[in-house]
Design a protein around this ligand. Sequence first.
Ligand code: ADP
Ligand code: CA
Length: 445
Amino acid sequence: MDAGSSHTALYIYEWPAEKDNNTGRVEQTHLCKVKGPGISSYASAPVKAGESLRLCMEEAKQWVPGKRHHQTPLYLGATAGMRLLNMANSSASDKVFQAVEGALQKFPFSYQGAKIISGQDEGAFGWITVNYLDERLKQGLETRGALDLGGASTQISFVSDNYDGSESPSNSVTFRLYGNDYNLYTHSFLCYGKDQSLRMMQAHQSQAGPATVLDPCFHPGYTATKNYSVLYDSPCVSDRKPKDAPDTFTHIGIGDFLQCQAAVKSVFNFTSCKYSRCSFNGVLQPLLQGPYGAFSAYYFVMNFLNLTDTSVPLEDVKEKLKRYCATNWDQIMQQHPEVKLKYLAEYCFSGTYILTLLTEGYNFTSESYSDIKFIKKIKGSDAGWTLGYMLNLTNMIPAEAPDTPLLPHPGYVSVVSVIAVLLFILFIVSLRPLWPRCSKQPQIV
Ligand SMILES: Nc1ncnc2c1ncn2[C@@H]1O[C@H](COP(=O)(O)OP(=O)(O)O)[C@@H](O)[C@H]1O
Ligand SMILES: [Ca+2]
């Protein structure tokens, strides 16, 4: 289970158990989205966090064959929402985990624990998932970098030649998989998921605590009354809370892409770098290299905006987004009556944030932008950290390359059968001296 900051999802994976680990491919057979918010939102009512998982767990009982229930390991990993709750209020986060654990243990699966996974693991397992599903690991091919955008944190992971990891060991993960060594660069930016970065940007815009906030990242015609205490209720912004602010402010959209870009840029710090090169906030980042897969909110947002085609020049992408942001809010709502209003109101911001993060933050250029592929699934399985996490915990990926059989299985069976028949014939022939002699011996006259 992926307990994300905005929601929890249960993934069911299946693989042929009879075959050798090395030959069976793992596939996602089912996804259940838990109703309601992420588990970190239940800090003040932890029991409900556990209850929220029940329906999906019942569904899992239907999907996993009854005789396999006890053998099926169940893992829950929580990401940045719980990292933030743990920072702000560790006893509340412990209570949420107790409730979740209590709920999950009532089911007949082999419960293996619920925990917060580190940002490094989140990045590295996302990279494993993408490259496993592409079959790049087994074949020792060039790997694809992984870009994951969540609500509360974002991850970048890739292999770069000439990167040895010694400059910043916390950004380095090494693996030996199928006989190949990988030295992976990975970083997770806490607070730089799209929901928390929106808070940081709005906190920046409203530092003096005004009663109205004019927001270039929201459509013209958009107005909403928002609460200062809700906006600042996160460790990503809590230290910036204005002292004499009123309780509420009126949030008014003006839909100006260029100003929005400038406002988004204000959440990144480019001033210092003690390494050979940095992305932002003084974090090491080696030279970008190879193709990339961008998933989770990268995909949701760019797919909604019809901007997943990265062969379109970056300047044209920005132009399209500029027009979208300038569109009146009433018109946007009319055009997309089926989309959740919270998502709909934020796509202009989210699209601008994604382009700014990729180009200003990670240093993708007009040329290297086309190396990015926005993806949701690979061969039927969702791109995300869960598959890699599960493969690791169940030791599904061997460190050494499996012995490659000289013949594929059917060929092997045929050869053994032919040899068996030949041996049998040889055996029968070897018994010939014992065969009964013919009674009618030719007469010698
Ligand atoms: N259809 C969608 N449109 C836009 N954003 C979406 C959609 N579905 C999910 N999201 C967003 O994707 C992000 C998923 O983040 P999540 O995995 O919950 O957080 P984290 O990985 O930081 O713990 C959230 O910001 C959520 O709002
Ligand atoms: Ca996530």
